[in-house]
Design a protein. Structure first.
Ligand SMILES: Cc1cc2nc3c(=O)[nH]c(=O)nc-3n(C[C@H](O)[C@H](O)[C@H](O)COP(=O)(O)OP(=O)(O)OC[C@H]3O[C@@H](n4cnc5c(N)ncnc54)[C@H](O)[C@@H]3O)c2cc1C
Length: 424
């Protein structure tokens, strides 16, 4: 990682905000082409949502495969400076000449950390684990997840018990510094790329689908964590209400998407993501009934082939119809799903053990500079000169498309560095 002075004299650098797959890709492509890059990520680790997935469609390989290669490229490149637990406070200037201020929260754990875990063992504070969507509990001092990069503990200081310093005494390597303070850095950069990604739509806002009311209604993002070996159930897909193996599962597509009351747009990846998740279920439960309720099955381009293969190989029942309501049965806690079967022209009602809501993507635009416009759906619209957006903050997309977009934006950002060098 970086051996250049990110604060002073690196005016020909590119600032990348957001360290998900798009931001990391943008950073390494620019750095490997010779440009200094400062990568700023608000969480304690790089990788964004992809770091929490069990498998990638279409190849169904585990995400750490690709991410680990990217992290090595970051680590081995002296032209990339990474700041985690960091956010952009302000940016001003003109293409080729921007001044950006970033705010870095204290990690409270230094590079002397060996990941021995003695600190977490004595930590008395347990909180819902955000990495597992709150389905399990974690400590105030922790490694964000098993494969976290950088592999270094951090303390969520706001969660600590007042005056507690047990972790500091438990650390044999003196890696804990409870006095660390927030710092700020002023950076001089030629251009900036915003790759701040997406958040899942808040399923609790979709009253008729029962999320938050009925424990056996979960979201697609929760299912990704549940099926991961380091997830809340150690990789088992279980009904939250009673820990039983589900015998029937319904995927509800467009949960809030393509709906004027929620998200008016299509998130593009949810149909393929649900089919991928059907393979997780089939793998664990060969006899389970798997139904997928959809408005239109949207699996564009090469994903068409993935969809056809997956449906046939996993016996996924497709029901063309928007789900109108999900209601829990009082005794069994099973879920009654009501939809209109469009092809039959009839209203239908079915019972399922588990319902998975395919919620869409909401762009994370809070840190975009004032000059960057949004499109009608709230995604980052404008690109350049000097300030660019990349990945899912710009439009919903699969990983391969996000990477391609980020690579293109690395090139656009580098053009400002080049013109700065030519014109001063
Ligand atoms: C359920 C589901 C399953 C999916 N499965 C697949 C799949 O199998 N295969 C596939 O190809 N695609 C899949 N996708 C799509 C995939 O998630 C996206 O393509 C990918 O996450 C896009 O990466 P990104 O970097 O644009 O965004 P993100 O992954 O959201 O990363 C954005 C990063 O920016 C950081 N950030 C946000 N705001 C700030 C800020 N203000 N300052 C600093 N940092 C900030 C975030 O912490 C995060 O690390 C799936 C999507 C869903 C919903």
């Amino acid at each position: 990682m970086a051996n250049f002075d990110a604060e002073n004299g690196a005016g020909g650098a590119i600032l990348v905000v957001g360290g998900g797959i798009a931001g990391v890709s943008c950073a390494i492509e620019a750095a490997e082409a010779g440009c200094p890059v400062i990568l700023v990520e608000k969480s304690a680790y790089l990788g964004g949502h992809v770091a929490g997935f069990h498998r990638y469609f279409p190849k169904l390989c585990p995400p750490p495969c690709g991410l680990e290669i990217d992290f090595k490229r970051v680590q081995n490149n002296p032209r990339v400076a990474v700041y985690t637990l960091a956010e952009l406070e302000s940016i001003s200037g003109t293409p080729g000449h921007y001044e950006a201020t970033i705010r870095i929260a204290p990690r409270h754990v230094t590079g002397a950390c060996t990941l021995c875990g003695a600190c977490a063992q004595v930590c008395p504070v347990e909180i819902p684990d955000p990495f597992n969507c709150g389905m399990s509990r974690t400590k105030a001092i922790r490694l964000a997840h098993r494969m976290a990069f950088p592999a270094q503990y951090f303390i969520e200081r706001g969660a600590c018990a007042s005056g507690c310093d047990l972790c500091m005494h438990a650390c044999r390597y003196k890696a804990i510094d409870l006095e660390q303070k927030e710092t700020k850095k002023v950076l001089h950069v030629a251009s900036a790329v915003f790759a701040t990604g997406w958040a899942p739509y808040d399923a609790a806002k979709i009253d008729n689908l029962g999320f938050g009311k009925y424990p056996n209604v979960i979201t697609n993002v929760m299912l990704e964590r549940m099926v991961s070996v380091d997830g809340p159930t150690g990789g088992k897909i279980l009904r939250p209400s009673d820990g039983a193996a589900p015998r029937s599962i319904a995927f509800v597509q467009c949960a809030g998407s393509r709906d004027q009351n929620h998200l008016p747009y299509c998130s593009g990846v949810c149909c393929t993501a649900s089919l991928k998740q059907a393979t997780y279920l089939r793998d664990r439960y060969p006899e389970a009934k798997i139904s997928l309720f959809y408005i239109d099955l949207r699996t564009p381009g090469r994903l068409e082939d993935f969809a056809a293969r997956t449906i046939a190989a996993n016996g996924v029942e497709l029901i063309k119809g928007k789900v109108g309501k999900v209601v829990e049965q009082a005794d069994s806690r099973d879920l009654e799903v009501t939809a209109e079967d469009v092809l039959d022209g009839k209203k239908m009602t079915r019972l399922y053990d588990l319902v998975v809501l395919a919620v869409g993507m909401v762009p994370q635009t809070g840190s975009l500079p004032a000059g960057m416009s949004l499109d009608d759906f709230g995604f980052a619209a404008s690109s350049g000169p000097g300030l660019y957006a990349a990945g899912c903050v710009k439009r919903p997309a699969e990983v391969a498309v996000s990477i391609r977009d980020a690579t293109g934006m690395a090139l656009k950002a580098m053009q400002n560095v080049a013109s700065r060098a030519n014109h001063g």
